[in-house]
Each structure stands twice: as structure tokens, then as C-alpha cells.
Ligand binder design. Sequence first.
Ligand code: GLN
Length: 194
Amino acid sequence: MIGVLALQGDYSKHKDILDKLKLSSCEIRYSHQFNEISGLIIPGGESTTMTDLIDRNGLHKDIYSFSKSKPILGTCAGLIMMARIVNDDRVKPLNILDIEVDRNAYGRQVNSFRDKLSVSISGKFENVFATFIRAPKINNMAKDIEIICSYNNEPVAIKQGIHVGLAFHPELDGITLFHEYTFVKQFNEKSYAA
Ligand code: GLN
């Protein structure tokens, strides 16, 4: 069962992707629900608002503790929330990915765009068309971060340990490979290697 943090943003679109992959999912709003899931998605939306709602629902510690043993996929505002440092005091990031992030680094809503990305995942290369909406940029990252995909020489999809962070929105273009990798493939690959 994969949980989608459903406080704000485009969480329902992630359910569609999980449905496509035949992974069962539920919406997460309360602390007690973290026992019931084996992975979490932090969707896109507005990281300032998400910070307030995570605080109000008392979920900051729950998400952080969950990340110690279970995979989290963050997209756009979700990536911002997973960072260690964000260039905006109103955002209280969760410190799950050892990265520094600039919000809205590509400009305003009118500067949102869709473009081709070359993704390197599970030893394979794939091209996808992905959507960037007031996307963040990763301007600093720890050495053990793996880059899954860059766009104009900027890392836009990264992985650290079992967690994956994306500056764009695969859920808006029906792209399943990042969800599949985070919640299924990386674990199959590990057990295969072992
Ligand atoms: N700009 C938003 C933020 O800072 C993120 C936008 C998005 O999730 N598409 O939270």
C-alpha cells in the first residue's frame, strides 16, 4: 500500500499513476496512517502551504521517521519539502534528501514548460516528455546523491538511498517509470543482487 500525502496539491494524479502500475494506494492525512503504508508520495503543490498543513496536522516527525526505513518520492513542491535547506524561511523542509533547493527558480507560472528529458534509470535510458511548473532548482547536493536525469545541465531527478526527488511532474504526463522505480524496481533489483 502506497500513501499519497493528501494535504494539498495534485495528490489525486499520483493515484492514477499507482493505479496504472496496479499498486494499491491511500490518501494520508493523519499520524496513525503511517503504520499502514510501505511507501509515501509527497506531491506537487505549494511548499509554503504544505509546511503549514504538515505542522497543523503534526506530521513533520512522522514523515521524517518514516523516511528512515521506507521510500519516499517527492515531485516539485514534494522535492522542496524533502530538501535539507530551502531558500525561503516560510518552508520548513523535512531533511530527507541532502540537497539545497531554490524555489521557483525557473520563474513564474507563465514560465512553466514541457520538454523532453533523457532519463537513466535501472541501467536503461528512456526519453519522456515532462512538465515543469514553477519548478525548483537543486543548487547544492551531497556526494552520494545520484543524478537520474539532468535538464540543461541542472539535475532535475535525483536519488539518495531509497528516496527519489523530481523537480517536475511525471504524474501530469502519465509517466510511470519513477513511481515504478521508487516503489517496486529498486527493491527487486536489490533482492536480485543479494
Ligand atoms: N513553486 C512551488 C513551491 O514552491 C512548487 C510548484 C509545484 O509543485 N508545481 O512550492
